[in-house]
Design a protein around this ligand. Structure first.
Ligand code: PXL
Length: 277
């Protein structure tokens, strides 16, 4: 069985980070190991959440795994909260990265033109350095702007997207994929660039008139699970777009849905049948 490790927080309620990555990656038939970086009572869109930092556990966990000879088919980082965590993750990449496994960074820190609470431009610059060690990075347009230290443009043209993607791969990763982009009215999806082949890839689905918390984590988890299973980068990105949209449709169809996350659970059968196609 393929095995990935994901490094991010566990928000006990809120359907994001590990509570999304674990079930999705497991459902795809991939073993999901975790490095929980912090425990929060909820994600940070709630008020008064608790926060317990687990940074000091990261190096001892890695030491033990190294002693046990544990290896991973992919390494996936999501929400990381401090400069020290970025350094420890960089060390984890050096220790567990190989010629053939995939290092995927979702540089979770911003959306809709704004940094999330607690993040700074200095953190974004350090995250950009970390991205240099990845094979694939998955920023949204806001995160891309902060990674590159340039103004946020919510509606880039195709040529502007190409420039952004080339600049993102100049940070170091072979591939960059921009999420939440559109080349066509009423559609929303992803555009990626592979600097080795010079190929741009665009894939979209219906642009639903809603926005939900946690969709970025669903997208990234699906990409990583599919890559670990041996799908190509383009296949993995397309599957993740379709599953994320299906999760949003399932949420909209549920009159009892909560405000803090999407009904990714209901759409897992869709994910598994799309994976088999
Ligand atoms: O969905 C990304 C995410 C992960 N973890 C925490 C968050 C967020 C987004 O706000 O607050 C704690």
């Amino acid at each position: 069985m393929k095995r990935i490790v994901t490094v991010q927080d566990i928000s006990c309620v809120g359907k994001c980070s590990l509570t999304v990555a674990l079930p999705i990656i497991s459902a795809m038939g991939v073993e999901a190991a975790v490095v929980p970086t912090a425990v929060l009572s909820t994600h940070t869109a709630f008020k008064n959440f608790t926060f317990c930092d687990l940074t000091d556990e990261i190096a001892p966990i890695c030491n033990h795994w190294e002693q046990e000879g544990i290896t991973f088919d992919a390494i996936y980082t999501g929400y990381l909260g401090s400069f020290r965590q970025l350094e420890l993750v960089s060390d984890l990449f050096r220790r567990f990265g190989t010629e053939t496994n995939h290092i995927v960074i979702d540089p979770v820190m911003a959306d809709n033109g704004k940094l999330y609470a607690g993040f700074t431009e200095e953190f974004a610059a350090k995250m950009a350095e970390l991205c240099g060690a990845a094979d694939l990075i998955l920023p949204n347009l806001t995160e891309a702007a902060f990674l590159l230290g340039i103004p946020y443009n919510p509606t880039p043209t195709e040529e502007e997207l190409h420039v952004l993607l080339r600049r993102l791969t100049d940070l170091g990763p072979r591939r960059a994929a921009l999420t939440g982009v559109s080349l066509c009215e009423g559609r929303l999806g992803v555009m990626s660039y592979d600097k080795v082949t010079g190929e741009y890839f665009y894939y979209d689905n219906e642009h639903l008139p809603v926005s939900f918390h946690g969709t970025g984590d669903i997208f990234a988890s699906t990409v990583v699970g599919a890559l670990a299973l041996g799908k190509t980068a383009n296949e993995s990105l397309a599957l993740a777009v379709d599953y994320t949209v299906e999760c949003m449709r399932a949420t909209m169809a549920d009159p009892t849905h909560n405000w803090y996350g999407v009904n990714f659970e209901t759409a897992i059968p869709y994910l598994l049948s799309a994976l088999r196609r």
